[in-house]
Ligand binder design. Structure first.
Ligand SMILES: [Zn+2]
Length: 211
């Protein structure tokens, strides 16, 4: 007779435990930054370097990671407005569970023909912002390095650019993506307003168009 094996918990119990557990109040071991997994791997399971240069690592990509975060959160602001637009276009609609892409598709499909034409440029630009948001989210940031020889001999690894799945991307480009997201929120608010207030006057209060 073998020993009785303990029964592993069911997945739902694990999830309930996670919800009940106290929030982790530890300090982040790497500081307030994102460390690339390959960087951590090299720390834990470091391989002997092939030459005396060693492996390039340790470059702080926090600036880029911060921008990625801002892009996501600004896109969520746009999404909140899209939910309101959908309810305006179709009071029966349930925007709750939809992702931004699905929301905008449903809005566009439910807009009457003339409104589709009137808001085409807005919709196009919001779609474009969503596309760049998804790129910034789903792709991993990898830091590229180049070896720079010192005139006095020796040299060092210098971080050059950060790539997201082959798509070359620097902080400058991510800043452009954030600009797109901010514009996208403005455009969505303009749509929400325009669908309720067709004859806007700066001298009168608009109806409660954002409700
Ligand atoms: Zn108005």
């Amino acid at each position: 007779m073998g020993e009785q094996q303990p029964t592993p918990p069911r997945w739902d119990d694990l999830r309930d435990d996670a919800r009940r557990d106290k929030r982790n109040m530890c300090k982040p071991q790497f500081g307030e930054r994102v460390r690339e997994w390959s960087d951590i791997r090299d720390d834990i399971y470091s391989r002997p370097s092939e030459d005396e240069r060693g492996e390039p690592r340790g470059y702080d990509t926090s600036g880029m990671q911060r921008l990625r975060g801002l892009i996501v959160v600004q896109a969520a602001e746009t999404e909140a407005v899209l939910g309101r637009i959908l309810r305006k276009v179709d009071p029966q609609a349930k925007p709750g569970k939809k992702m931004a892409g699905g929301l905008l598709k449903e809005i566009y499909e439910k807009l009457p023909g003339p409104d589709k034409i009137a808001w085409l440029s807005h919709v196009r630009q919001i779609v474009r912002a969503q596309w760049w948001r998804n790129l910034a989210v789903h792709h991993t940031v990898e830091t590229g390095y180049t070896w720079a020889d010192h005139a006095t001999g020796g040299g060092e690894w210098v971080p050059v650019v950060t790539a997201m799945d082959g798509e070359l991307c620097t902080e400058r480009e991510l800043r452009g993506d954030l600009a797109l997201q901010q514009t996208s929120t403005v455009l969505a608010i303009e749509m929400l307003h325009g669908l309720s207030c067709t004859n806007h006057s700066p001298y009168e209060d608009c109806p409660d168009w954002w409700e």
